[in-house]
Design a protein around this ligand. Structure first.
Ligand SMILES: Cc1ncc(COP(=O)(O)O)c(C=O)c1O
Length: 392
């Protein structure tokens, strides 16, 4: 029995299954088992060399102290140039808050906006933070289902039906974790129309927008009618394979930026100074490493989807972006989590049950293809062996 009484806000605080499964996979590896990792949501590429060199140089030059909580002015300028170039979004440095990864930009925005009883609409399945932090703030989570029949895109008509006088924020994530889906320009316009003229914020999680395989994703930040209430969130984590550097940003109206910065001051003061300098290089420097990484992901995407579609009991549609496949495993007649457990323990392939992303993820698996083609083929072969034994 525990001897510590915890504050109610953390008793049921959500977590990320990816970290739990990774720990279990590592424990199996410590026993000498070989595990294929298809659970991890981070690029398996090294941070581009020019960015590492800029970070090392910054350390040597003494970028080892506090910076303004909102981020270095030069970094915020570089972020504005970047979002203009890659998203066609106009922003001023005073609207930018550089954060320790994308997470604080979302967490602090929700904490700054949501009072107890306020509603936040977010995708189900979706990244777990949206629901966890809504609850942490005392808000009411309002999931909007993303269905396979609709290519896992939200249905704008359904979104409208979920908006109430208590709706405070809507979370968009395109390209989407865990399904790899992407909103169309019409979807984005539809969302903008649903909130126009209302006191509702749109948190647009665009962390995967450089990792798209066909059409380019459209940011809701390009729509002037709603821009004042858009919180555009992005990060270096996936685009530049910089997950461990912990740097991202939010772009929002100046009043909100001030509140979000205050929350940063009270939490971690500022992102690491040398990380900020390296990020300026990432944003302004050559982009060919990103292009190479995306080309490699594209080849893997095809291998994963083709491999999955050859397995009896499994079908998988083609993801449009990010590095995840979200196969339908209903034909195996087993709960997603049980299947993921069985695949890990019995066959040494780590994946996530789709239910780790919300109830509408039940019946699916999330497979990350941030691994070599060779390992992906081996992982899919192991899943196939599991499926064969289940259906036997
Ligand atoms: C959709 C989504 N948003 C945000 C994040 C958090 O990223 P960061 O490392 O920038 O905090 C992730 C990480 O997996 C993600 O998948």
């Amino acid at each position: 029995m525990s001897c510590t009484r915890f504050a109610e806000r953390v008793v049921d605080l959500g977590t990320e299954m990816a970290f739990e499964i990774l720990a279990r996979a590592r424990a199996l590896e410590a026993q000498g088992k070989r595990v294929i990792h298809l659970e991890i949501g981070e690029p398996d590429f090294a941070t581009p060399e020019n960015v590492v060199a800029a970070g090392v140089d910054a350390l040597k030059k003494g970028w080892t102290h506090y910076t303004p909580a909102q981020g270095l002015p030069e970094l915020r300028e570089a972020i504005c140039e970047y979002v203009k170039a890659f998203k066609n979004v106009d922003a001023r440095p005073s609207q930018v808050v550089a954060t320790v990864g994308a997470k604080p930009a979302m967490t602090f925005s929700l904490l700054a906006l949501v009072d107890p009883g306020d509603e936040v609409i977010y995708p189900d399945p979706g990244y777990p933070l949206y629901e966890s932090v809504t609850r942490l703030a005392g808000g009411v989570p309002v999931p909007i289902p993303l269905r396979e029949e609709n290519q896992f895109r939200l249905d704008v008509g359904e979104l409208k039906s979920k908006i109430t006088p208590r709706t405070r924020a809507i979370v968009l994530n395109s390209p989407h974790n865990p399904t790899g889906s992407m909103l169309t320009p019409e979807d984005v316009r539809g969302v903008a129309e649903s909130v126009e003229g209302r006191d509702i914020f749109v948190i647009s999680d665009e962390i995967y927008d450089r990792i798209a395989y066909g059409a380019k994703p459209v940011s809701i930040g390009t729509i002037p009618e709603v821009r004042e209430r858009v919180i555009l969130v992005d990060s270096m984590s996936k685009t530049y394979a910089m997950t461990g550097w912990r740097i991202g940003f939010g772009i929002m109206n100046e009043e909100l930026a001030e509140k979000v910065s205050r929350l940063a001051i009270n939490t971690y003061s500022c992102p690491a100074a040398f990380t900020q300098i390296a990020t300026i290089e990432a944003l302004r420097g050559p982009q060919d490493a990103v292009d190479r990484m995306v080309a490699e992901f594209e080849a893997r995407r095809r291998a994963v989807v083709d491999g999955l579609n050859r397995i009896k009991g499994i079908s998988c549609s083609m993801p449009q972006g990010a590095f995840y496949a979200f196969p339908n495993v209903k034909g195996l007649g087993m709960k997603s989590r049980t299947l993921a457990d069985r695949a890990l323990d019995g066959y040494g392939v780590a994946m996530l049950g789709g239910d780790a992303f919300g109830p509408c993820g039940e019946g699916y698996l999330r497979i990350s293809y941030a691994n070599s083609l060779e390992n992906i083929r081996e992982g899919i072969a192991r899943l196939e062996a599991a499926a064969r034994d289940i259906l036997r």
